[in-house]
Design a protein around this ligand. Structure first.
Ligand SMILES: [Zn+2]
Length: 162
C-alpha cells in the first residue's frame, strides 16, 4: 500500500470510533509550542487529551511570526491564557548555523538554530512577552524535553505582573 492509501485506510477506522470534542476552545486554556520532531508525542508527554490544548509545531519549537499569529487567535478568540514553549534534547537545530542549513537545503532562511536551550527559551519567551497583542497571556513556561528519558526540565517561567 502506498503511504497515502495507508493514511486513508487508517482514517476509515478512526472515523468509526473517534472521540468527539464539542467546542474549538481548548479546555485547559493552554497552547503548547514545540518542535516538529517525530519523537515527541506532545499530548502523552504532558498528560493532555484531545480538546485540551492548541499545539503549534515547527522546526525547533521556536517562536516565529507564524507562532505569534497563531497565538493571537489562541488568546483573543479561543480563550488561551497559558503557553508552554517546549524544546528538546538532540534537536536538529541545536548547534547548527544558518549557513550550514542554507548549504544543506538551498533555502536562504533564518532557521533559528541555537547552542543553548536556556538562552533560546529565554529569548523566545521575551519575544512573546514583548508582543503587545499577546497581552491576554498570563503564564508562559519554557521546558526542555529529554528524548532519551521522556523527562521534562522546567527551565523558565514568566507570569504577567498583576
Ligand atoms: Zn527539534
Amino acid at each position: 500500500m502506498t503511504q497515502i492509501a495507508e493514511l486513508l485506510a487508517a482514517n476509515r477506522n478512526y472515523a468509526a470510533a473517534r472521540a468527539a470534542v464539542a467546542g474549538a476552545h481548548p479546555g485547559r486554556h493552554l497552547a503548547i509550542v514545540t518542535c516538529m520532531d517525530a519523537r515527541i508525542d506532545t499530548f502523552a508527554v504532558l498528560g493532555l487529551h484531545l480538546g485540551d490544548a492548541h499545539v503549534i509545531r515547527n522546526a525547533g519549537g521556536r517562536v516565529t511570526l507564524d507562532v505569534q499569529r497563531s497565538l493571537a487567535l489562541s488568546c483573543h478568540v479561543l480563550g488561551v491564557d497559558t503557553v508552554v514553549v517546549m524544546q528538546h534534547t538532540k534537536c536538529g537545530l541545536l548547534g547548527v548555523t544558518d549557513l550550514e542549513l542554507h548549504d544543506l537545503t538551498g533555502a536562504d532562511l533564518g532557521f533559528l538554530g541555537f547552542d543553548d536551550h536556556s538562552a533560546a527559551l529565554h529569548e523566545d519567551i521575551e519575544v512573546l512577552t514583548n508582543t503587545p497583542y499577546l497581552h491576554p497571556l498570563k503564564v508562559i513556561a519554557g521546558f526542555v524535553y529529554e528524548v532519551d528519558t521522556g523527562a521534562i526540565t522546567d527551565v523558565v517561567r514568566w507570569e504577567r505582573p498583576e
